[in-house]
Ligand binder design. Structure first.
Ligand code: ARG
Ligand code: ZN
Length: 470
């Protein structure tokens, strides 16, 4: 809603009428708020598939996370300071946070009251925040973080305690298991981390070290900074015993590989492959978007890897070239270019899967055309054809079709427009939306503009129809 809400709250008798007016937005009201206060920020950012994810009424520019974690007790003490600006007048606003005890909330350094209801923390500043005003909110909290495992198809994700630390991989909405935030990719921000752990334990977050670790009283604080915008699900504070290898890629990008001692033998190949693949993708997709690359192998069998910004995290296995190619392609597609709505997930997973095929092609092992043809041989009854990847379903978000048929969509496009246009398009897509947000419609429009072709039928058949394309 964009009209001025001032005075609406007083007109109590008109509220029910207004609530039914066609101009009204169907967003739910904030937890614990009466429906009368139009200045309450919405408890969801507006993604119809995930109505309670993220929040409305403000835009975060920076997170400053101080996290103190003790693996032996699994206790986390945190202070999160958020810089944001209001996109409406705000008498209250929400943050996403699961479990954990909130001790204190301050807005612009003044104490604020707060309430909790399921995953929503509602903050009521002493004075309403004006539309457009910048503000800071500081939340002090602590407790035993518990990962998310509510949705059958997502496995366990978020902050996952391990015997020697924590495995932190939060896609799609698990960052609220370890810090209060606006937990939806539509709101990206820069991050500073200060992670304090027992001496001898390593803490790995996104971006680059901000100074040397400091130790006092048997505890070490690791500081990291991600200076490029990042979706909350890509934030990590992975803690444990790690062997490290540091250096830079042949093209000069700082490279950090880390492996749990159990995967010590994977460290060198992770380091070398991550460097080679990052450099190669820069020649295919355009300049690497971030200030360092690398990867982390932890001894936790997640059953997946996650493309955590600058430091993909591999869950309990030695990553091979294919999966490293996948996770590093996400640094362009998913991390630099970020989806605004989860339904567009193929823009992440279809691209990263296609990158696997491009890597095999580059290595002379198998052409993308051969991979495509093989998959196209799957019978019309294969479940992939019943799941249109262009509209990922919230209860089956990471369905294989989003990956495989998403990748096939790109190859069908490559066939239709030819290699020169296709590879120009990949670079133009990454360049035009660097550090920004993207939708499927924008990709189709760019493909049509660069090729001069009407591609609606192609994209409709590949992305939207519940059947095998002709
Ligand atoms: N984006 C990850 C990948 O493609 C998958 C993340 C799955 N998330 C989850 N909670 N299972 O490698
Ligand atoms: Zn992926």
């Amino acid at each position: 809603m964009r009209f001025n809400r001032r005075g609406v709250a007083m007109l109590a008798t008109l509220v029910s009428v207004l609530a039914c007016s066609p101009a009204d937005e169907p967003t739910p009201t904030a937890a614990g708020q009466s429906a009368v206060d139009r200045r309450a920020g919405a408890p969801g950012i507006g993604d119809p598939d995930f109505p309670r994810d993220g929040n409305g009424g403000y835009d975060v520019s920076h997170y400053d996370l101080a996290v103190d974690y003790t693996p032996a007790t699994k206790r986390l003490d945190g202070v999160t300071t958020i810089r944001a600006s209001a996109t409406q007048e705000l008498s209250s606003f929400n943050l996403d946070l699961t479990g954990l005890d909130v001790r204190e909330v301050a807005v612009d350094n003044a104490p604020a009251t707060f309430t909790r209801q399921s995953d929503e923390l509602t903050v009521r500043p002493a004075r309403a925040i004006a539309d457009g005003a910048p503000f800071t909110v500081r939340v002090a909290y602590s407790g035993l973080p518990r990962p998310a495992s509510d949705n059958a198809n997502l496995g366990t994700y978020g902050f996952i305690p391990t015997p020697d630390g924590a495995f932190v991989a939060s896609e799609p909405n698990g960052s609220k298991t370890w810090f209060p935030n606006n937990d939806h990719p539509a709101d990206k921000a820069t991050f500073d981390f200060a992670i304090t752990v027992p001496a001898g334990v390593t803490a790995l977050a996104n971006g680059e070290p901000a100074g040397q670790p400091t130790t006092s009283g048997g505890r070490t604080t690791y500081r990291w900074r991600e200076r490029h915008p990042m979706a909350t699900y890509l934030a990590t504070a992975t803690v444990g015993k790690f062997d490290l290898r540091r250096g830079s890629t042949a093209a000069g990008i700082p490279n950090l590989a880390a492996a749990d001692p159990k995967f010590k033998s994977s460290l060198d190949s992770l380091y070398t492959l991550s460097g080679q693949i990052t450099d190669h993708w820069a020649t295919v997709f355009g300049p690497y978007p971030f200030s360092s690359t690398g990867g982390v192998v932890d001894d936790y069998s997640a059953g997946y890897a996650l493309e955590n910004q600058t430091k993909p995290l591999y869950g309990g296995f030695q990553p091979d070239e294919t999966i490293i190619a996948h996770e590093l392609a996400h640094q362009w597609f998913g991390n630099s270019l970020t989806i605004r709505r989860w339904k567009d997930l193929w823009l992440n997973e279809g691209f990263a899967t296609y990158a696997e095929w491009l890597w095999a092609e580059h290595k002379g092992r198998k052409t993308a055309e051969a991979t495509f043809k093989e998959l196209l041989n799957r019978p019309a009854t294969d479940p992939m054809w019943a799941y249109p990847p262009g509209r990922a379903k919230p209860d089956d978000l990471f369905n294989q079709s989003v990956y495989t048929r998403g990748g096939m969509t790109l190859h069908a496009l490559r066939r239709a427009v030819g290699d020169p246009t296709f590879f120009t398009l990949l670079k133009a897509w990454a360049a035009e939306h660097r550090y920004g947000h993207v939708t499927t419609e924008q990709f189709v429009a760019l493909a049509e503009r660069l090729s001069g072709k009407d591609l609606d039928a192609l994209f409709d058949a590949w992305l939207h129809q519940p059947r095998k394309p002709a």
